[in-house]
Ligand binder design. Structure first.
Ligand code: ATP
Ligand code: MG
Length: 294
């Protein structure tokens, strides 16, 4: 991208984000987000991949287990680039009008069309995240098919069949968690619409920046090994480690430990987790400066 194109795109982003009546909002620039350095293999960071995808109108798919920063990455990129952001959550109850728009009373006895947040982004640009895209209900995915392929357009059947071609400033990201219980594979037609497909794992370099205590990172490694060996089911996410330290600081180490154990739903898992924690307890106490009464 040339400097002029870059400047144009920034100005365009600002203009759209300040437009009154926009539904999708520009997130905070998220100073706490730690960028992922090898997001696509090699040495390209997550933000470099998003920059590229945005410039080339490529859709991006992020696959990876829970709480490793998929959503945070997209929000952070949107915030830093001043782009309005909206996340579609793929729940079965979602009604297309919540995303694409509906007629609302105009206050003078009639009705006027009001864009939903997805239509708003398609019309004016921004960042659209489709969460858990493998669970997207069919009545939503059928509308999005033509947006995700080279047509880059949506048809609003409820609005006299209006066809909107996507603004050139639209970035579309889908995410999915391959480990969720009851998960299902992403259908091929949808997957093929994502030119860029990233597969992420918990990242040691990121966790070293986010998690102060080395004992907690070691504990996470042991619990992840236990999950790999089938001793526990629930994954230990980056988010859980961040929360552990916040709770340890606010409520004490014993509360943080109790809370961590409660993330594992079955009694067998909790016992296995407690055994691992007991082995690490002295180191945890040293890092978090308290003695746990057990
Ligand atoms: N790279 C990161 N920088 C800063 N915080 C992070 C990062 N990765 C994970 N986190 C922490 O983990 C929490 C969960 O992250 P996030 O919701 O983005 O995960 P996710 O991969 O989208 O999970 P899910 O699949 O459950 O939706 C965040 O609120 C943050 O505290
Ligand atoms: Mg998420």
């Amino acid at each position: 991208m040339t400097a002029t194109m870059e400047a144009e795109s920034v100005l365009d982003g600002l203009a759209t984000s300040l437009r009154p009546g926009r539904i999708a909002r520009v997130p905070d620039p998220s100073p706490t987000y730690v960028s992922r350095l090898a997001a696509l293999g090699g040495h390209r960071s997550d933000f470099q991949v998003f920059d590229y995808a945005h410039a080339h109108h490529n859709n991006v798919l992020i696959e990876g287990p829970t709480g490793l920063g998929k959503t945070s990455a997209v929000i952070a990129w949107a915030g830093r680039n001043g782009k309005p952001f909206y996340a579609v959550s793929s729940n079965v109850a979602i009604d297309p009008s919540q995303l694409f728009g509906k007629f609302v009373p105009d206050g003078i006895g009639g009705f006027r069309w009001q864009d939903g947040p997805v239509t708003d982004l398609v019309r004016h640009g921004g960042v659209l995240l489709i969460n858990e895209i493998n669970f997207l209900p069919e009545r939503i995915s059928t509308v999005l098919f033509s947006l995700l392929d080279s047509r880059r357009e949506i048809t609003l059947l409820d609005h006299e069949g209006e066809v909107i071609t996507a603004h050139r400033d639209l970035l579309i990201v889908g995410d999915l968690n391959p480990d969720y219980e009851g998960t299902r594979p992403l259908n091929k037609a949808l997957r093929n619409r994502f030119a860029i497909q990233m597969s992420w794992e918990y990242d040691d370099a990121i966790e070293r920046q986010l998690v102060r205590g080395s004992s907690l990172r070691e504990l996470a490694a042991l619990l992840r090994r236990a999950q790999h060996d089938g001793e526990v089911d629930a994954p230990v996410s980056t988010g859980m480690l961040v929360e552990f330290e916040q709770i340890a600081a606010g409520l004490g180490l014993d509360a943080a430990i109790g809370n961590l154990v409660n993330h594992f739903p079955t009694e067998e898992e909790r016992q296995a987790v407690n055994v691992v924690i007991s082995a690490m307890l002295m180191n945890l106490e040293a890092d978090y400066d308290t003695e746990v009464s057990r």
